[in-house]
Design a protein around this ligand. Structure first.
Ligand code: EPZ
Length: 417
């Protein structure tokens, strides 16, 4: 199995181009099935999850062509099945977006129940609540979610939990439901806005994406679309933290600075210099940043996907810090591994107490999810000695060319067998 070998001590410097947003792309590709016309998607990140989704489209009879390494052409007119194969779908939690798009297009969808993962149980009760409210019959048997609807009718849906996935999935199905749908207590992540822009460009009528009330008027016909995926704010945040933690000087190109506001604010609170321009951000690390307290919340709160990375940075801060994880029940799986590298962290329920100014030392660690994997890379960059990270497929699922991009910034990192 491939592993990443990192040698600590380099200060990252230079510039890095940020790729398209994974969490927008993994919804936009299934959403392409809502139209019968040609779909062109630019700025797709070259990551494992995208290639699995393209294989799923092909398994459903849909033609796909890579016009460039990051531009995909999809011809959804030849869609011939509503049951993506188990072998492919179980690799990717976001395959639940095929529920919303297939039932919107076809009135049918059969998708395996997405596995839980290392963030704790990840129910999809709000997805099901929304699809049922639109008139779909939803039942689960033999590990499959079977959704069918002779007709989808607009409805008012009030989400019990602010959920990115449920908000998007309901938006997909409602796009072709008859009448008006209102989603209240909707998630406001930038990726949701990107999906709504993609759907509106093909003729959908969606208003309010990015706020907690989204209004959709169903349409019968959807046309062709050409769309450019927004930059990945979590990939960007990863390089910002890597530059800060190594005391380096890193310039990120092709970002939407606004999407990074919660992280930028926190880094500045830690006395780390962050310079923001139109589509770039520069981070200049401070050898001894100030301690800070972080609470993760849905956007525009501090992103849960940056929690593990922020934790690594806080191990170097001048003083004690606290991180409270409010989004997922169990997203501290990386703490034990960080403690093996010398971090001093105490967990009490949803809160981690981090002692600052701790010397980290390289060790063999295991990536438990892609953001924890990225956090171990940053920990390895600041640790004394060598770190070997296993289970790096998690990392490759969501980070395009992370080895090359980090090495280009001066990191001593390489893949080993
Ligand atoms: C999306 O996951 C992202 N994944 C996650 O990023 C991200 O951490 C998460 O949103 C929160 O921002 C993709 O977009 C593919 P949720 P999602 O539904 O949609 C509970 C990464 O690293 N919930 O917003 O699955 C759920 O258990 C990944 O790129 C229900 O209770 O997250 C969680 O506690 C990791 N019932 C909370 O809501 C539901 O029906 C937020 O989950 C759905 C969710």
């Amino acid at each position: 199995m491939p592993r990443l070998h990192v040698i600590g001590g380099s200060r990252l410097s230079g510039s890095v181009r940020i790729s398209g947003a994974k969490n927008a792309a993994v919804a936009i590709i299934p959403a392409a099935l809502l139209t019968e016309a040609t779909v062109r998607i630019e700025n797709l990140p070259n990551i494992y999850d995208i290639h699995v989704l393209v294989k799923i489209l092909q398994s459903l009879g849909v033609k796909t062509v890579w016009e460039t390494p990051s531009t995909l052409l999809i011809d959804p007119s030849t869609l011939s099945s509503w049951q993506p194969p188990y072998e492919l779908v179980k690799k990717l939690r976001a395959s639940y977006y095929f529920l919303g798009s297939l039932v919107g297009r076809y009135g049918q969808a059969v998708v395996p129940v997405p596995g839980g993962c290392d963030l704790g149980p990840r129910p999809i009760d709000q997805h099901i609540k929304g699809l049922a409210a639109l008139g779909a019959n939803v039942n689960m048997e033999h590990g499959l979610i079977k959704v069918s609807a002779t007709k989808l009718t607009g409805a008012n849906i009030y989400l019990d939990v602010v959920s990115v996935g449920a908000t998007i999935n309901i938006m997909l199905a409602a796009t072709r439901a008859s009448g008006r749908t209102v989603i209240e207590n909707a998630a406001k992540e930038p990726e949701i806005v990107d999906v709504a822009n993609f759907l509106n460009a093909m003729g959908a009528k969606i208003r309010g994406a990015g706020t907690d009330v989204i209004r959709i008027t169903g349409v019968n016909e959807l046309g062709p679309v050409s769309h450019t995926v927004i930059p990945d704010r979590i990939e960007a945040g990863t390089y910002m933290v890597a530059g800060a933690a190594t005391g380096g000087d890193v310039l990120l190109h092709e970002v939407i600075p606004k999407h990074l506001d919660p992280l930028t604010a926190k880094l500045r609170e830690m006395d780390i210099q962050v310079e923001v321009a139109d589509d770039s951000i520069r981070v200049i690390g401070n050898p001894c940043p100030l301690a800070a307290d972080i609470k993760t919340f849905p956007y525009p709160g501090f992103p849960t996907d940056m929690q593990a990375l922020a934790m690594v940075l806080l191990t170097q801060a001048d003083g004690s810090s606290m991180i409270t994880e409010n989004v997922f029940e169990n997203r501290f799986k990386h703490v034990d591994e960080l403690k093996r590298m010398g971090a001093q962290i105490k967990l009490e329920g949803r809160t981690a107490f981090i002692t600052g100014r701790t010397r980290l030392s390289g060790a063999p660690v295991k990536a438990t999810d892609l953001r924890a994997g990225a956090a171990f890379i940053v920990a390895g960059l600041i640790a004394e000695g060598e770190t070997v990270i296993s289970d790096i497929n998690h990392i490759y699922r969501g980070y395009e060319n992370i080895c090359e991009k980090m090495a280009a910034l001066g990191a001593q990192i390489k893949e080993i067998e």
